[in-house]
Design a protein around this ligand. Structure first.
Ligand code: IPD
Ligand code: CA
Ligand code: CA
Length: 259
């Protein structure tokens, strides 16, 4: 057990509780509101965020909190919880059962903890810095595929795909060289799947801190690599993310950076 064991338990309990809320709402899907053109925000995002904030702030009132639906309680605390109350909102809104709760914890800017829960599959992923990555208690390890040509990769496309620099050219380059490329719709789960060796790599151009915080700890603790496109260690406040089993990292970055 690591020094963050108590934080980990609080985060796991909160993720499972918020996941149960998502699942209940999923089966009684009702009002859907629109944020931007195709970014669906449901009452569920807000309810899950409120629940997570309640639980985490009750346990750690002196900590900072940053979450997708406008939560920014930032007072310069040593610890900052960075969470996405529902990652995979479009899937959720279309009743595709692939979404999650994602909770990361930073200590003085260093990621120390990640918890991701998919309530539809019951898969609870977690990792603590220096203590390994786990799925429902089983230790995770990234894949050992050494070559992009044999790799199953994943990516995502941001909501403003029609407006600014997007992933279409990179996607085309990579899909022609890899064994396959998936777009599952939840960046946090994509990262956990890299940690679990289900995907050999993942990239995306415009992620937010709450998409990446938890999954980055999972990838690292499972022996993988996670950087920006220039191969600098991941910074969750920077939008570009490339994660892999480490063995294909340089080759994947090379493909992403080809012009
Ligand atoms: C989105 C998902 C998706 C990714 C988008 C994210 P949301 O988060 O993680 O897989 O491609 O870039 O914005 O809106 O479902 O929380
Ligand atoms: Ca998200
Ligand atoms: Ca979200």
């Amino acid at each position: 057990m690591g020094i963050y064991a108590e934080f980990l338990k609080t985060a796991k309990d909160a993720a499972v509780e918020a996941g149960a809320l998502l699942k209940t709402h999923y089966f009684q899907l009702n009002e859907i509101r629109f944020k931007g053109e195709i970014n669906l925000v449901t009452e569920t995002d807000l309810a899950s965020q409120a629940l997570l904030h309640d639980r985490l702030a009750a346990a750690y009132p002196g900590h900072d909190f940053l979450a997708e639906e406008g939560l920014q309680s930032l007072r310069g605390a040593e610890f900052r919880w960075v969470f996405d109350p529902l990652d995979g909102t479009t899937n959720f809104a279309h009743k595709l059962p692939f979404f999650c709760v994602s909770i990361g914890l930073e200590r003085r800017g260093e990621l120390v903890l990640g918890v991701v829960f998919n309530p539809m599959s019951g898969e609870l992923f977690w990792a603590e810095a220096g203590q390994g990555a786990f799925l429902n208690g089983t230790r995770l390890r990234v894949s050992s595929i050494p070559d992009v040509r044999q790799s199953l990769l994943a990516t995502g496309f941001s909501y403003d795909i029609r407006e600014t620099r997007c992933n279409i050219a990179q996607h085309e380059r990579v899909i022609l060289r890899a064994q396959g490329v998936r777009r599952c719709g939840s960046a946090a789960l994509d990262l956990c799947f890299v940690a679990a060796g289900r995907f050999d790599g993942f990239w995306e151009l415009k992620l937010s801190p709450w998409d990446t915080a938890a999954g980055a700890v999972l990838v690292r603790e499972a022996g993988g690599q996670i950087t920006d496109f220039l191969n600098c260690p991941v910074n969750i406040y920077h939008p570009e993310v490339c994660a892999s089993n480490g063995l294909i990292h340089n080759a994947l970055l090379g493909l992403l950076n080809e012009t």
